[in-house]
Design a protein around this ligand. Structure first.
Ligand code: PLP
Length: 400
């Protein structure tokens, strides 16, 4: 009898762990490492939000709460959905968990049965396929179109739908490509979904506020209100308010689905951290200045990185609409040899050689299901980004 479970066996070891481990090893050995692999804002949590957390502690709000969130937070989330997304939810339609990650996990665990398919556009956030696999479902990948900044076409979505499709997982702006769907592009996808009433929509709107050049964020249930009854709208405070460590994510959706997710959470983690919930109330109800400030900084950095990468021989970098990632293609570098003799056979070899030879840590495209590319997170200072681009440029110039 095997000791470890079959569901664990379905999960791949994280491809990003090897790169992170390698970077840490080189750093410990005294190398000057620039890490562009972390998926979190480099800014501190705004002071008003930290104060709300501290107040929760001093006022003794430190006990268990209802499993899927305190009433005050659920109401703040309802108000946020109404204010920013034109979506009407009641508190019974809201679920709060320990990060957006747990929200997605609960939803899959509560709904997937063997044979159920989940459509995932590539490149995808690394956790999506594994969550589906743990839940016993089957990920079905739809490849993003490089000419469209790695967005998928309605035709490709249509072709992927089968009688077994349970969910279409949508993420805009995307981690890792930064691609954001315009209202017209999203409407073309929701039109496809309208022809397939058995398919539910899970939309991961974590990067909603990080959009540039006047890009207008939109979400499926708002673009096509007829999808409201089969859409789970997932969001969180991690990226919007630099609160990654506080672990608060949330969703709005049909009451029965929310109740099923609550049941799942009640037998795993119970309520998300009480102190963090009170901080999240302040994040959503309090001053919103941080959002515009961080958007401005990320916009400037995006322009810096896109220009820097497109100046590198063999790299083509689309200009993404949002998030804090770029996902350049290195197709023209494949088959070449680096200055110190490493053959660039694929994007993993490119990122490994780049790290070893220049000290710049990135994540290779195969980790996100679309190659040959790599992901840079530009959530770091302008000076560090400029230095990283210089190093990447010198590395590319050395490829023969
Ligand atoms: C697309 C996407 N969804 C969800 C998450 C999870 O966010 P949280 O920190 O709230 O669990 C991340 C975090 O990197 C992400 O990039």
């Amino acid at each position: 009898m095997a000791f470890l479970s079959d569901s664990l066996a379905r999960v791949k070891p994280s491809p990003t762990v090897a790169m992170t481990g390698k970077a840490a090893e080189l750093k410990a050995a005294g190398r000057d490492i620039i890490s562009l692999s972390a998926g979190e804002p480099d800014f501190d949590t705004p002071q008003n939000i930290k104060d709300a957390g501290a107040r929760a502690i001093t006022e003794g709000r430190t006990k268990y709460t209802t499993v899927d969130g305190i009433a005050e937070l659920k109401q703040a989330i309802c108000d946020k959905f109404a204010r920013e997304n034109g979506l009407t939810y009641t508190p019974a339609q809201i679920s709060v968990s320990s990060g957006g990650k747990q929200v997605l996990f609960n939803a899959f665990m509560a709904t997937l049965n063997p044979g159920d398919e989940v459509i995932i556009p590539t490149p995808y956030w690394v956790s999506y396929p594994d969550m589906v696999l743990i839940g016993g479902g089957t990920p079905v990948f739809v490849q993003g179109n490089p000419e469209m900044g790695y967005k998928i076409t309605p035709e490709a979505l249509e072709a992927a739908i089968t009688p077994n499709t349970k969910w279409f997982l949508f993420n805009s702006p995307s981690n890792p490509s930064g691609a954001g769907y315009t209202r017209a592009e999203l409407k073309a996808l929701t039109d496809v979904l309208m022809r397939h009433p058995h398919v539910w929509v899970m939309t991961d709107d974590m990067y909603e506020h990080l959009v540039f050049d006047g890009f207008e964020f939109c979400t499926p249930a708002e673009v096509e209100p007829a999808l409201y009854d089969r859409t789970l709208t997932v969001n969180g405070v991690s990226k919007a308010y630099a609160m990654t460590g506080w672990r608060i994510g949330y969703a709005g959706g049909p009451v029965e689905l929310i109740a099923a997710m609550r049941k799942m959470q009640s037998q795993s983690t119970s309520n998300p951290c009480t102190i963090s919930q009170w901080a999240a109330v302040e994040a959503l109800n309090g001053a919103q200045d941080y959002i515009a400030q961080s958007r401005e900084a990320f916009h400037r950095r995006r322009d810096l990185v896109v220009a820097g990468l497109n100046a590198c021989e063999g790299i083509t970098c689309p200009t993404p609409e949002g998030a804090f990632y770029v996902y350049p293609s290195i197709a023209a570098c494949i088959g070449k040899t680096s200055a110190t003799g490493t053959k660039i056979t694929d994007d993993e070899a490119f990122c490994t050689a780049l790290l070893e030879e220049t000290g710049v840590a990135t994540v290779f495209g195969a980790a996100f299901g679309l190659s040959p590319n790599f992901r840079i997170s530009y959530a770091t200072s302008d000076e560090v980004l400029a230095e990283a681009c210089n190093r990447i440029k010198a590395f590319c110039a050395g490829l023969k």
